[in-house]
Design a protein around this ligand. Structure first.
Ligand SMILES: C=Cc1c2[nH]c(c1C)Cc1[nH]c(c(CCC(=O)O)c1C)Cc1[nH]c(c(C)c1CCC(=O)O)Cc1[nH]c(c(C)c1C=C)C2
Length: 492
């Protein structure tokens, strides 16, 4: 049989699936179709040259999408091994301040508060009152998950176990930092399955469950070489030239394979199953392709719009998604430094809810702290990334640099100090990522099971697989894992 696989979408999920399919089915023709001129999706690493007033120059790496990876994803370690990227890895040690120091900025206050990083720091103010009582009370709180529910929002879960103030302060901030979403919308089972499992394991208590061993056995079928040895005592890592190294290497490897073709600048106008049972992909150019299999790594609502009525699928438009404004800032170095050493800070949902009257900052990453080896002469500059939008309404103030810097100075000034005047940034760059992170809402896992069942039978009969951040998880590791698993069960 002449297998022809069309992969839709040239982001990390699409590239990973084309890569793994080309290994699993070396005899197959694989066509990767991407509507824009570039591959990599939301991953975009770029170098800029900057100069400060004192004549120092530097070559600085900016990321507008994800900037770090975590060593726990075996599927990414495998890609690194198979693509030979070992020598480009740069790491942030577990013991570094970028790992240990994380901050919260409480809306309507000035300054940052330090999140605890050791057991003893939980007992210091303000965590002694903000966090400790809720965590101590939880194991003795009675089991309170209603037997009728199979899922709920992160906010509802945390409110049930730790109370509403904890849920708003810590739960919403966590959700901002990963999903840029409202924790009252996000499904706890889809986003944090381990929390749900801990509650089960701990007879109703998350804290008790966290102290008991997790008996789930992780998959082990990864060809990782000696990469895990490099990841000992590492909290996060990237590459000298940023996360784009991974997508760039995938694209280069695929481009060198005679049985893989990559079509950029190629929008798809529709897809479905013809009356004679053949799969059909119609390109906007008018060309029609009849593959034997299709892998969609497109956002689910985009796929929904392409499906012909007779080939429609359930639940593709069930979830909303978040748009994020990413502002990269490079400042000249100052004494004292502009921010404390650490990863950065997150901002919880304000008690009064999301409002229009500020630039809608969700958090700021102190990039200079984590992977300074990416930049030349990093010591003379401070690099930060401000993340805005998500559940905050997106308004013109997101691109009003003065408004953002004013807000930033409130965050970076100690509580009792006069407001800091920030130096003028040497470089700024704004990206607006529309609908970049899906928000799986309550019931998402069940909906995705129903989607899987529909795909396995009827007109599609297992010939279309739907993967990507909208299906099973939004981290880079989830995207690569979904690409690795695609086509595992194809027999014909
Ligand atoms: C464009 C903004 C993004 C926000 N979240 C993500 C992006 C791309 C995706 C994301 N961020 C994190 C994870 C979890 C990773 C994992 O578990 O392996 C995911 C899927 C955690 C995270 N959050 C921030 C950083 C720097 C990281 C590390 C991973 C990464 O580099 O993306 C900071 C941060 N991200 C967002 C906000 C609002 C924010 C605030 C400081 C949204």
């Amino acid at each position: 049989m002449n297998r022809h696989i069309v992969v839709l979408g040239g982001g990390l999920s699409g590239l990973s699936s084309a890569f793994h399919l080309s290994r699993r089915y070396p005899e197959a023709l694989i066509t990767l179709v991407e509507k824009t001129h570039r591959l990599g999706g939301w991953i975009a690493s770029e170098r800029v040259q900057v100069r400060d007033g004192g004549g120092h120059t530097a070559d600085i790496l900016l990321e507008s999408g994800p900037r770090t990876l975590r060593p726990n994803s075996k599927s990414v370690l495998e890609l690194i091994h198979l693509l030979g990227l070992k020598t480009s890895i740069i790491t942030t040690p577990v013991a570094s301040s970028a790992t240990k120091n994380r901050y919260l900025q409480i809306p309507e206050t000035q300054g940052l508060i330090t999140l605890p990083n050791t057991l003893t720091s939980v007992f210091s103010p303000p965590m002694r009152t903000m966090l400790l009582p809720h965590v101590l009370k939880e194991p003795v709180k009675r089991r309170n998950r209603p037997s009728s529910i199979t899922d709920e929002s992160v906010d509802s879960f945390m409110t049930r176990r730790f109370g509403p103030v904890f849920a708003r302060t810590f739960g919403s901030a966590l959700v901002h930092g990963i999903y840029a979403a409202d924790s009252r919308q996000l499904s706890v089972r889809a986003a944090f399955p381990s929390l749900w499992a801990m509650e089960d394991r701990g007879w109703g208590s998350v804290v008790r469950g966290a102290l008991l061993p997790d008996t789930a056995s992780p998959r082990t079928d990864y060809d990782v070489g000696d990469i895990p040895n490099m990841m000992k005592n590492v909290s996060v890592y990237s590459f000298t030239d940023g996360i784009g190294t991974l997508t760039g290497a995938l694209a280069a490897r695929l481009q060198n394979q005679p049985h893989v073709e990559i079509l950029c600048d190629t929008p798809v106008s529709s897809l479905g199953v013809a009356e004679n049972g053949l799969l059909e992909v119609h390109l906007a150019s008018g060309q029609k392709v009849n593959p034997t299999h299709i892998v969609s790594a497109l956002p689910l609502p985009v796929l929904n719009n392409l499906l012909s009525p007779t080939s429609s699928l359930p639940h593709l438009t069930a979830n909303p998604s978040s748009s994020v404004v990413v502002l990269n800032l490079i400042f000249p170095q100052t004494q004292p430094r502009l921010h404390p050493a650490g990863f950065g800070y997150l901002i919880p949902r304000p008690p009064s809810g999301y409002t229009l009257d500020n630039p809608g900052i969700l958090g700021t990453v102190f990039d200079s702290c984590a992977l300074s080896a990416q930049d030349s002469d990093a010591g003379n500059f401070t690099k930060m990334t401000v993340m805005m939008g998500g559940p905050n309404p997106i308004t013109p103030s997101h691109t009003d640099l003065d408004a953002v810097l004013k807000q930033l100075s409130v965050h970076l000034t100690a509580p009792d100090d006069f407001l800091k005047v920030l130096p003028d940034p040497i470089y700024t760059r704004t990206h607006r990522h529309v609908d970049c992170i899906p928000t799986p809402t309550s019931g998402h896992l069940e909906r995705m099971e129903e989607l899987k069942v529909t795909l396995a039978k009827g007109v599609w009969s297992g010939r279309l697989e739907v993967i990507g951040a909208g299906v099973r998880g939004v981290s880079l590791g989830d995207c690569v894992e979904s690409g690795k698993r695609v086509g595992e069960n194809w027999i014909s």
